[in-house]
Design a protein around this ligand. Structure first.
Ligand code: AMP
Length: 379
């Protein structure tokens, strides 16, 4: 008997799409991507519809025969997903995407569920900016409500003198002013739910950003108490249930004086979950696929300790990377460009000392290669 092969449609053919396909093939899945970009990391792995998100004929070609559609980046026009949703189930739910696309809606959603956030205010004019500063104080961060990622679309205002330049850089679009949080750490929670209501949570991940871009993710987090872990799970569960969520959801938090403050959520697999490929019993990519197909979720238990380093801007010497024991190298096939994520390396080990030693070796390779490249921000 020929078994029916589920065909998964993925909006976005970037590295997240590529890693979804890599996780899906062992499960017997097939993939089709939709992405308007001329070149994309998932291209060599599966068929791809290359068209504008407003091309309805292309959307129909994409949707034909899909078991389920999903997305791997947030800035997809909602109408593209709505267009196919009468023909194909789309997960995660469009409501989660709509909220995740707007920082203001996102914060209101967190607050409505009792999830603490830094003080914030919407800003639509220069006078509203001044009112918001009076209320929230300085330093503060001015952000675009929509289309911001990897630190793009935001400006930190240190004092009154910085108001003008921040306003000039971002004016003309809906904005949000947020209190600048002098955080002790940044952490993220990756949670997953399937339509039957099964949920699972990865341990909290400790993240370091530089210039708005994720540099490293560490598990187990060094800065986390069992109470904080429990708290993060409660917040994530509240979101999963309120949004009737299906798939992997990532929530990023600041830790300030032992308290979690939600920064943002991503209704998709997330860069701070790449370590799960080697560091967890089931990767975030596999669990996302299991969830959207309403299959049983896989264990989120750890396989040792992990640190993930993003490779940004410059490609390091591959042979040197491969010589490091416990280093798992992932390259996305992208041309180097400043601030572009080109790949990642996850270091795994069974104990802290070995992990530390391997991490030093990795830092030496990345640092040596990218000396002077501040975008890499290796510390
Ligand atoms: P975002 O695009 O909001 O995730 O911001 C990227 C990074 O900028 C965060 O991970 C933080 O490191 C930093 N950042 C963003 N908002 C704030 C804030 N309100 N206070 C302090 N740092 C922030």
């Amino acid at each position: 008997m020929v078994r029916d092969v589920p065909l998964i449609g993925v909006f976005g053919a970037g590295q997240l799409g590529r890693m979804l396909a890599l996780a899906g093939y062992p499960l017997g899945l097939q993939f089709r991507f939709f992405d308007p970009a001329p070149e994309s990391p998932a291209e060599p792995l599966a068929e791809r519809v290359c068209a504008s998100f407003s091309d309805e004929a292309a959307l129909q070609r994409f949707a034909a025969g899909l078991r389920v559609a999903t997305f791997e980046f947030e800035n997809i026009p909602l109408h593209a997903l709505e267009h196919i949703s009468s023909a194909v189930p789309v997960s995660p739910p469009l409501r989660a995407l709509a909220i995740g696309q707007d920082r203001w809606e996102e914060k209101r959603c967190f607050q409505s569920l009792g999830i603490p956030v830094p003080a914030y205010a919407p800003v639509n004019s220069r006078s509203e900016l001044e009112e918001a500063v009076d209320r929230i104080g300085l330093p503060a961060v001015l952000k675009t409500r929509r289309m911001g990622y990897d630190g793009k679309g935001q400006a930190t205002i240190q004092d009154e003198r910085g108001l003008d330049s921040a306003w000039r850089a971002l004016e003309g679009q809906p904005l949000l002013l947020e209190r600048f949080v002098p955080f002790d750490a940044e952490v993220s929670m990756l949670a997953v739910r399937n339509p039957s209501g099964a949920t699972s949570f990865y341990p909290l991940v400790e993240n370091v950003h530089g210039d708005g871009i994720l540099l490293t993710s560490r598990v187990p987090a060094t800065c986390v108490s069992p109470e904080l872990e429990e708290q993060a799970r409660r917040y994530a569960l509240a979101l999963l249930l309120a949004l009737d969520y299906v798939g992997v959801l990532a929530i990023e938090f600041f830790v300030e004086h032992g308290v979690l403050l939600a920064n943002e959520m991503a209704p998709r697999v997330h860069n701070s979950g790449h370590w799960t490929i080697e560091g967890a019993e089931t990767s975030q990519f596999e669990n996302h696929l299991r969830a959207i197909l309403n299959w049983p979720l896989g264990s989120t238990g750890l396989r040792g300790m992990s640190v993930m380093f993003n490779i940004t801007s410059v490609l390091p010497d591959l042979e040197r990377l491969l010589r490091i024991p416990g280093a798992h190298v992932h390259l996305y096939g992208k041309a180097p460009k400043p601030r572009r994520k080109l790949g990642h390396v996850t270091i795994t080990a069974d104990d802290q000392e070995t992990l530390h030693q391997r991490e030093l070796e990795l830092r030496a390779v990345l640092h040596g290669q990218a000396a002077g490249d501040s975008a890499l921000g290796i510390r």
